[in-house]
Design a protein around this ligand. Sequence first.
Ligand code: UD1
Length: 334
Amino acid sequence: MSKVLLTGGTGFIGSHTAVELLEQGHEVVIADDLSNSSRDVVNRIEQITGKRPVFYELDVADRKGLAKLFAEQDIEAVIHFAGFKAVGESVVKPLMYYRNNLDTSLTLLETMAEYGCRRIIFSSSSTVYGALSPCPFREDSPVGGCSNPYGWTKFMIEKILQDAARADEQLSVVLLRYFNPVGAHESGLIGEKPGGIPNNLMPYITQVAAGIRDHLNVFGDDYETPDGTGVRDYIHVVDLAKGHVAALGYAETHTGTEIFNLGTGKGTSVMEMIRAFEKANGLQIPYVIAPRRPGDLAYSYAETKKAESVLHWKAEKTIEDMCRDAWRFEKGML
Ligand code: UD1
């Protein structure tokens, strides 16, 4: 069992990972500046697991604060979730994105080196594959060609981590490329809480279901896909969180860099998702067909064999589970 630092641990994926780690007997320390989450998430993690993670309200780019955390806690591994993640905002404020996402990662790596912590798991994204190769994306498919600064920060941090591992043979780096995480913990206590107008499909659908927005805009119905709408590999956030527990086990016994896709390998179109949500929850989702969103691909889905054979991890939950759990969480917030 390890003592693990989760940067951005009160966020959507971080909080679910905290729950899975605590349930497997690991110790969890969270560092989060609460810029896109709330302190109450710590209480909710405790409510679910009966264990309270240690919490530091901290910007990971704050070198002194981070050093104090490492001095006080005997951190054995880090899962690095902290970062800005709104694609559209990254196009408008690129410098803010590069400064924040790169600064936090560099400060974290330097502080880890100072305190002899040599295991890091990084929240990367399928967005690094860009439009360079056809689906399914494999871990050895070409990367780059990202359509926005957010995606480029993931690409650059991957590169920084790979170079760091090349220079320090004791360092263990695991890059996890997430596909489209959705859903919520089945308790309904933690989930995705976007501030303002949601950018992503599932939180937008749940807000339409809740009456917060009157309809969904379907961004394009003229793609080269079976029904013309975009196809994505949606993965339940609890499955994704379990993937991190598996990656932590891997990092304990290996050095160097390893990359894993975390997806289901199955594609679902926007229209299929609307229908699945309606069926799972007995609701109607009004929608209109809108123009394509710049930067969107027709298809994105994973080749999942590597995570299955090396991490012995596989996503298990269905689209129906994702729709039901996302709605249960949204309802709980009304
Ligand atoms: C997006 C980002 C990706 C990021 C991920 C985080 C882009 C190009 N990609 O992925 O870099 O890692 O979020 O979760 O922005 N859709 C609608 N109406 C909506 C919202 C979405 O039709 O209101 C469609 C999109 O066109 C797409 C699908 O739903 O076909 C999924 O969109 P979304 O949830 O935003 O995820 P991605 O675009 O795949």
